[in-house]
Ligand binder design. Structure first.
Ligand code: NAP
Length: 337
């Protein structure tokens, strides 16, 4: 049976998800839309799913009996309200990251889902669906390089817009590493440290850039990540896992190696949207398939909560220069697989 979905938030990522879920992927269609900007919702509907009903509020969309599952792609501060409403209505909900903007709000969602007694929430951490990360995880989890000891990672953007300031290097950028690296090694973090050095002349006045984040896991794995969002040369995601018996790295995206004008070279992507474009398709197809079977197979509300707690600790570590403990509450049995 086709999964009838309502989408809240018809901005950049919302429209991309609508196009995927209404035509590109199998087993789903969009039946309802809402956006605070009604013109945006109307335009998205006209362009992508003309038969979808427009609702005046996200709450009205969730209450619509025709909507069997909800996608939340509005801006972060609105996520908690809509995810809690979907849980209260007993409807599966895919929520773009962040699950909510504070760890406390994420915990309220976790508690509501546990109280509801069935898995309903998935968070949009799409890197878990990237073919390269999946191959790397396969190698790590089958023990081919022995127990992981250290990870050396980098998250580099060529440039960022003027509104990208303050702690966004952690809350908007590093948040993807926080989730995917914890999933990759299958181990929770216990502490965070941030080491700042010389600031790039390309960074704006309200931004520290670059810096190094060091996370330590429960089993003692040390993970260093360079966050450098004005690196100029490309959108460059690196991850090397060093194990007891070998090392394995995230594959580079395919690029044609060239030999020309006495140079051997290959292009580096510039646009972050293209780097993980395929993973969004896989992510949403697996969400649709699992939702139709009454399951959640992707990042859970608990993963969203743990990412928020880790992000808070990284922000504090960046501010204080101290090693900050990552103090999550005990994971409910509900989320233990
Ligand atoms: P965007 O282009 O600004 O779109 C967000 C839309 O939500 C806007 O049209 C906004 O309307 C609307 N909105 C805000 N509050 C609302 C509310 N209470 N009810 C209904 N609609 C509301 O932002 P975006 O880039 O698509 O990002 C949306 C979310 O996706 C963010 O949480 C972002 O972090 C996440 N995201 C994830 C990825 C990923 O790789 N997983 C990539 C991009 C974005 P107004 O413009 O009128 O405020």
């Amino acid at each position: 049976m086709t999964l009838d979905i309502g989408v809240i938030g018809t901005g950049a990522i919302g429209r991309e998800h609508i196009a995927r879920l209404h035509g590109k992927l199998a087993g789903s269609r969009i039946v309802a839309l809402n956006d605070m900007d009604r013109d945006s919702a109307r335009a998205a509907g006209a362009a992508l799913c003309p038969e979808a009903r427009l609702h005046d509020s996200g709450q009205a969309l969730i209450a619509d009996p025709a909507v069997k599952a909800v996608v939340v792609a509005s801006w972060g501060p609105s996520h908690e309200e809509f995810v809690l409403a979907a849980i209260a209505a007993g409807k599966p909900v895919f929520c773009e990251k962040p699950l909510a903007t504070t760890a406390e709000a994420c915990l309220r969602i976790v508690e509501a889902e546990v109280a509801a007694g069935r898995p309903l929430v998935q968070v949009g951490f799409m890197r878990r669906y990237d073919a390269g990360y999946r191959m790397l995880k396969e190698i790590v989890s089958t023990g081919r390089i022995g127990a992981p000891l250290m990870l050396h990672c980098a998250h580099r953007n060529p440039t960022v817009p003027a509104h990208y300031t303050g702690d966004m290097g952690i809350t908007d950028t590093f948040i993807h590493e926080i989730d995917v690296l914890r999933w990759l090694v299958g181990n929770d973090y216990v502490s965070a440290q941030v080491i700042k050095g010389r600031k790039s002349r390309h960074a704006g006045p309200d931004l520290e850039d670059p810096y190094l984040v060091i996370l330590k896991t429960r089993s003692g794995i040390v993970i260093d990540t360079e966050i450098f969002v004005n690196c100029q040369f490309g959108y460059d995601i690196q991850c090397q896992v060093v194990g007891e018996d070998g090392a394995a790295s995230l594959p580079e995206p395919p690029a044609v190696p060239m030999r020309q004008a006495s140079m051997a070279s290959s292009a580096i992507m510039m646009d972050w949207k293209l780097r993980f474009i395929d993973s969004y398709d896989v992510e949403l197809q697996e969400w649709v398939d699992a939702t139709r079977q009454g399951r959640v197979t992707g990042p859970t509300a608990w993963d969203g909560y743990f990412a928020a707690v880790t992000s808070d600790a990284c922000v504090e570590a960046k501010r204080t220069g101290q090693i900050v403990a990552i103090d999550a509450v005990e994971a409910p049995d509900f989320y233990r697989s």
